[in-house]
Design a protein around this ligand. Structure first.
Ligand code: GDP
Ligand code: IMO
Ligand code: MG
Length: 418
């Protein structure tokens, strides 16, 4: 059985958690390859709801779970998640954390918040979970990694060195309270004791699983348009979200990946700031938000809603090498008599584009050109109404990719496989 990447094809919250949980039923190992507790992956199964942030979504299905080297981990969020799952009767004994993963420290969270406040109107609208500052320190080679938790002396030394510099930033640049060394060191040592047993050589673990013919899922967080290189910079997250990074993020070669499943909503949402050509104007904005329950899993913020954007989705197919799509939340569109779908962008000079603009200012000025498809106006079941089938087939024709799974509700079993 193959290694399959499951990647968000939009701005995140496409329903990756649900799709990973579904595919995990027939898989052996589930790995997260990037991101951290900025993610919120929802799984609804057996009457229970899980909103998972650090641990791969395969934990609910009881599979071996790996938090890869490309992830950033907040020790307290991670342990909170472990406690929550254990208290609900789900085991975390088969969860493994790469020693190479970087740790989100309290100063990262403080700097994320302070930096957003300082940007004011220019803010990115981050989740304020310390993601950007943590990845920045990784690139600066100032980071603290999971393996540093294995040795109390090394940990203490690294905290001291980093904090001396970070407190200067907090006080002098951002004008906020510095962090207290002893309190912080004690807090981290308490986490370290509990996290040590989770730390493993996860690259080796995944390699062995693949050699034994096991089936491995590589779960992305966020989405393609939030990718640090290829997304709508600077309104992006600080990691590489695209499928190619799944190999780096878990420590295997790119030739081990067999399939790339892109997850997309049947419409689009975005949390935080940044351009969004198909954002809905008027009362349908709120209608989609309410019907889709579009409120952030991590921050509770309202998600901005838009009609399906095939220009952006075509770009996601290209960047990730998507071999098939999961189209989620088609049921949310059951309430609309007509459904606009964006097939092209129009620039101010009249030029029309099928492909995503390479330059930011073109994207900022792009106006969507819609084709309006008829709605079906009835609830969805296993047998899709003709107009719903036509909607899916339209997407397939435009993108030249098969839609293999269709989401018809939030619960694990509410999916049509084609
Ligand atoms: P993720 O971050 O990509 O895992 O997505 P989130 O969990 O943040 O957001 C997706 C939301 O849509 C969650 O509330 C899911 O329970 C819900 N969801 C997923 N698939 C479907 C679907 O096919 N239909 C409906 N109505 N809800 C869905
Ligand atoms: P999942 O995995 C949707 C967005 C934030 C902000 C930008 C940068 O649940 O799909 P960050 O905190 O990462 O520095 O914020 O990215 N963002 C997400 N949007 N889903 C997510 O995760 C997101 N993670 C980050 O709203 O615009
Ligand atoms: Mg989410």
């Amino acid at each position: 059985m193959p290694a399959t990447v499951i990647v968000g094809a939009q701005w995140g919250d496409e329903g990756k958690g649900k799709i990973v949980d579904l595919l995990a039923q027939d898989s052996d190992v589930v790995c997260r390859y990037q991101g951290g507790p900025n993610a919120g992956h929802t799984i609804i199964a057996e009457g229970e709801t899980f909103k998972i942030r650090q641990i791969p979504s395969g934990v609910v299905a009881g599979k071996t779970c790996v938090i890869g080297a490309g992830c950033v981990v907040d020790p307290e969020v991670f342990l909170g998640e472990v406690d929550d799952l254990e208290s609900r009767g789900y085991t975390t004994s088969d969860v493994h954390l790469s020693g190479e993963a970087h740790l989100i420290m309290p100063w990262h969270v403080a700097i994320d918040g302070a930096s957003e406040r300082r940007l004011g109107k220019l803010q990115i609208g981050t989740t304020k979970r310390g993601i950007g500052p943590c990845y920045a320190d990784k690139a600066m080679r100032l980071g603290i990694r999971a393996q540093d938790l294995l040795d109390a002396k090394i940990l203490r030394q690294k905290i001291e060195t980093a904090l001396a510099e970070k407190n200067l930033w907090l006080e002098r640049v951002y004008g906020v309270e510095p962090l207290e060394l002893e309190e912080l060191a004690a807090r981290l040592e308490r986490c370290a004791e509990r996290i040590r047993p989770f730390i493993a050589d996860t690259s080796l673990l995944v390699d062995r699983a693949l050699k034994e013919g096991k089936s491995v899922l590589l779960e992305g967080a966020q989405g393609t348009l939030l990718d640090l290189d290829h997304g709508t910079y600077p309104f992006v997250t600080s990691s590489s979200t695209v499928a190619a990074n799944a190999a780096t993020g878990v420590g295997i070669g790119p030739n081990r990946i067999d399939r790339v499943l892109g997850v997309t909503k049947a419409y689009v949402t975005r949390v935080g700031e940044g351009p969004f050509p198909t954002e809905i104007e008027g009362s349908d904005q709120q209608r989609v938000r309410e019907l889709g329950g579009e409120f952030g899993t991590v921050t509770g913020r309202e998600r901005r809603c838009g009609w399906l954007d095939l220009v952006a989705l075509r770009y996601a197919v290209r960047l990730n090498g998507i071999t098939s799509l999961a189209l989620t939340k088609l049921d949310v569109l059951s309430h609309f008599a007509e459904i606009p779908v964006c097939t092209r962008y129009r620039l101010p000079d009249g030029t029309e584009l099928n492909e995503f603009p390479a330059h930011q200012s073109d994207f900022h000025h792009a106006r969507p050109v819609y084709e309006t498809l008829p709605g079906w106006e009835e609830p969805l079941d296993d047998e899709l109404p003709a107009a719903a089938r036509a909607y899916v087939e339209f997407v397939e024709r435009e993108l030249e990719v098969d839609v293999s799974l269709i989401g018809t509700g939030a619960e694990r079993e509410r999916v049509v496989a084609r």
